[in-house]
Design a protein around this ligand. Structure first.
Ligand code: GRF
Length: 203
């Protein structure tokens, strides 16, 4: 399956997806990388692997709607069948989400439904969590809220800092995202009509 990855920054999850997709038996290929920021480091990372990568910068458009339409067009030009959000820091409109429903996934650095939104590592520490982690989920109209495809838990250690915890979670993300994308690309998981994710054959 052809996959477009949307980023805004560093692109380390993008790097993990690219590395996984280079393996011969991986069921997806990264055909395009699109960033809403011209200076996103992830763009260079992708170009280093000869993957078409371009910015569709928000500042080049008058409105949020016009920008989003350009992003949508850029994705569709690539022939992508699946969209992966990997640190894409923009809220998508309902129309965009509807267009890609069941075929667009996101990685979020917490064990959802705990800690949607920003600053998850600080918040997990402040809440006294003893486990934290990351989730890959289908994207729906509500931010960080769609059906969960896969999760990875990491321990919170004594005297952890948000930075140390973030680093531990990020390592887990780099295994989790390729594994979750493979499930979707192989058709082993799907988003069913009632908004639940389920393994095929399981209901
Ligand atoms: C990751 O922590 C991801 O979970 C979140 O944004 C961060 C992106 O990091 N959505 P990177 O750009 O993949 O390095």
């Amino acid at each position: 399956r052809k996959v477009a990855v949307l980023i805004s920054g560093r692109g380390s999850n993008l790097g993990a997806l690219i590395a996984a997709a280079m393996k011969p038996d991986y069921p997806a290929q990264i055909v395009a990388v699109i960033s809403d920021k011209a200076d996103a480091a992830g763009l260079e990372r992708a170009k280093g692997f000869d993957i078409p990568a371009r910015a569709v910068a928000r500042k080049d458009y008058d409105s949020r709607e016009a920008h989003e339409a350009a992003v949508l067009e850029a994705i569709e030009e690539t022939g992508a069948e699946i969209v992966c959000l990997a640190g894409y820091m923009r809220i998508l409109s309902e129309d965009f989400v509807r267009r890609w429903k069941g075929r667009m996934i996101n990685i979020h650095p917490s064990l959802l439904p705990s800690f949607p939104g920003l600053d998850t590592h600080h918040r997990a520490l402040a809440a006294g969590c003893r486990v934290h982690g990351a989730s890959v989920h289908f994207v729906t109209e509500v931010m960080d809220d769609g059906p969960i495809i896969a999760q990875a838990a990491v321990p919170v250690l004594n005297k952890d800092t948000a930075e140390a915890l973030a680093e531990r979670v990020l390592k887990a993300e780099h295994k989790l995202y390729p594994a979750a994308l493979a499930l979707l690309a192989r058709g082993d998981v799907r988003m069913s009509g009632d908004g639940m994710s389920s393994a095929s054959g399981a209901g």
